[in-house]
Design a binder for this molecule. Structure first.
Ligand code: HEC
Length: 269
């Protein structure tokens, strides 16, 4: 009941702030939400949930980096890199905060695996980290906040520079030594490729799998450290938006792909 009162208050406050028109969900949709699930959700609660899923940032409570990394490590074996990073943070916040984390479809983000549907683009742990920073810190709206994206960008740089995997789980599934490599890139293909070459292990080996689970845990650990700093008002971002400095969206290791002959984008008008 207390919860419901809070939801109602939050809802009316939001309506006052943004105008009722911003709650762009029709009466039919609300009724469907109220009728859905286990059928125990009141209309007001359904309304509040719909509003919260559509607006962010969402509330954050400080988490323990080690506990988060351990969760991410375990979840890798179920959801792979991207889903596991999101799950490690959101399942804890579902406990500590409740909605909207409880309703967030974490398992849907399994497709981040293998650099998005196995294409080897951005390592899923970076994609997952960016989902988390943007939902918790806020949208990138000029003049409002760019921090969600900047922390996401900082994570990509950190990932690129780190001797991965950084984190060693308490009870690793693979006890053999796992070599560490620097990807110098946020891409799955480059990161996994350099590691496989150094380790001499194929994609399907238990070592490669455990390496990726540990990389995922490493990202979850560092992300939690940054979110905790941000929560305490101590976060100074190191994140940059490379497209602004290079006039083309890019990773900063230009020479790795272009060699000594880095092309320049057409001049700004
Ligand atoms: C992951 C590999 C990779 C990285 C890293 C990379 N590029 Fe590229 N880039 C490419 C490929 C592949 C193309 C398309 C091939 C082409 O047409 O030359 C391209 C195209 C371009 C183009 C447009 C095509 C042209 O030839 O003018 C520019 C400009 C460019 N890159 C600049 C950069 C700069 C600057 C950086 C670093 C800040 C960078 N790239 C980093 C792979 C990369």
């Amino acid at each position: 009941m207390g919860d419901k009162k809070l939801f109602d208050e939050k809802l009316s406050r939001r309506c006052l702030l943004t105008g009722a028109g911003k709650l762009a969900i029709g009466a039919a949709g609300i009724a469907a939400l109220a009728a859905g699930g286990l059928g125990v959700v009141s209309e007001a609660e359904a309304k509040a949930k719909a509003a919260d899923m559509k607006t962010w940032p969402w509330p954050y409570k400080k988490l323990d980096p080690t506990e988060t990394a351990e969760l991410a490590y375990k979840e890798w074996y179920r959801l792979f890199c991207g889903g596991a990073v999101i799950s490690s943070i959101f399942t804890q916040l579902a406990e500590k905060v409740g909605e909207p984390y409880k309703s967030f479809p974490v398992d849907a983000f399994k497709f981040f695996e293998g650099g998005m549907s196995a294409w080897g683009t951005v390592c899923g742990s970076n994609s997952g980290a960016n989902v988390v920073t943007n939902l918790i810190i806020g949208p990138s709206i000029e003049g409002v906040s760019k921090d969600g994206m900047l922390m996401g960008s900082e994570m990509m740089q950190w990932y690129s520079d780190a001797q991965m995997p950084v984190y060693t789980p308490k009870e690793p599934k693979v006890t053999a030594e796992i070599p560490k490599t620097v990807a110098d890139s946020p891409l799955c293909h480059v990161s996994v490729g350099k590691w496989m070459k150094a380790a001499g292990k194929p994609l399907g080996s238990p070592e490669r799998k455990d390496r990726c689970a540990r990389v995922t845990a490493s990202v979850a650990y560092h992300l939690t450290e940054l979110l905790n700093e941000w929560h305490d008002g101590k976060y100074q971002t190191k994140g940059v938006l490379p497209a602004k400095s290079f006039n083309i969206p890019a990773q900063s290791n230009c020479t790795e792909c272009h060699g000594g002959n880095i092309p320049s984008p057409p001049e700004k008008k």
